[in-house]
Design a protein around this ligand. Structure first.
Ligand SMILES: C[S@@+](CC[C@H](N)C(=O)[O-])C[C@H]1O[C@@H](n2cnc3c(N)ncnc32)[C@H](O)[C@@H]1O
Length: 240
């Protein structure tokens, strides 16, 4: 829980040079945000977020803003910060897709500290790959992957690639792509263009889009069909 003195310092810093109306609005927002952070529901969510790490001795929980990471500013402006998946959507989407993970390469576009990649490795995907552009998160993911494997989490090796999702060339063969609200439409379209090429070459491609805030990137070009539509994830397959 944040200390009262640090909350006051934060409020002072944010209010400096503001008009009275902005002061009132920002103060209310800060109070609401702080209240949400100390609510029982927030405490439950924090405990659930930390459960994976308690079990495997990894470091995947918490949130990280892109402004705190060493990423190119023009690309950071097109992306979103770090927060780990809980694995529920991944499992539901694999079941709904009806695929045999042992035939598919799992690719997490914007893999952060690697939790989704580790979960995919444990589910028996042929390959479990994560692409992350922030070196700080990539290094943590590498260490997590080693800990997870040596603690018996999976026999599939976790592969972490440092780079921009938009320029990552996926491997040949069946692909199960996973995107947890990592970036907006510009980078989504770059990723989709490469996956469309794979699909056109005859490789089976399935994409699960979790927290799907930018569905237009998939649905405007009519190249992807909605195979399943849940409130918090959408499953896409190639339109033809
Ligand atoms: C919401 S987190 C998801 C983390 C992970 N996929 C998971 O499910 O646990 C989004 C991640 O995408 C990364 N990201 C954002 N833009 C990116 C880009 N252009 N290329 C690679 N990674 C990116 C962020 O650094 C962050 O780690």
């Amino acid at each position: 829980m944040p200390k009262l003195s640090s909350i006051i310092d934060d409020v002072k810093r944010r209010l400096h040079g503001r008009t009275p109306a902005e002061v009132v609005s920002l103060t209310l927002k800060t109070v609401r945000h702080t209240a949400r952070g100390i609510s029982p529901a927030a405490a439950r969510a924090r405990r659930a977020d930390q459960a994976f790490d308690r079990r495997w001795g990894t470091d995947t929980s918490g949130t990280v803003n892109l402004s705190a990471l060493s990423v190119a500013r023009d690309r950071a402006l097109l992306g979103f910060g770090y927060q780990a998946s809980n694995g529920v959507a991944l499992d539901e989407a694999v079941t709904r897709a009806g695929i045999d993970p042992a035939r598919y390469s799992f690719i997490d576009y914007g893999s952060g500290k690697g939790r989704a990649v580790m979960i995919a490795a444990a589910r028996g995907f042929q390959r479990a790959i994560g692409v992350e552009f922030a070196p700080e998160l990539h290094d943590i993911a590498l260490a997590n992957g080693r800990r997870f494997t040596s603690a018996g989490g999976s026999s599939t090796r976790c592969e972490f690639i440092l780079g921009d999702a938009g320029s990552y060339e996926p491997p040949t063969g069946p692909i199960f792509a996973y995107i947890y609200n990592s970036f907006g439409t510009v980078i989504l379209r770059e990723v989709l263009s490469r996956l469309e090429t794979r699909a056109a070459q005859g490789d089976p491609v399935v994409i699960v889009y979790v927290n799907p805030l930018n569905r237009s990137a998939f649905e405007d070009g009519q190249r992807w069909t909605v195979a399943a539509d849940r409130s918090d994830w959408v499953l896409y397959t190639p339109a033809c």
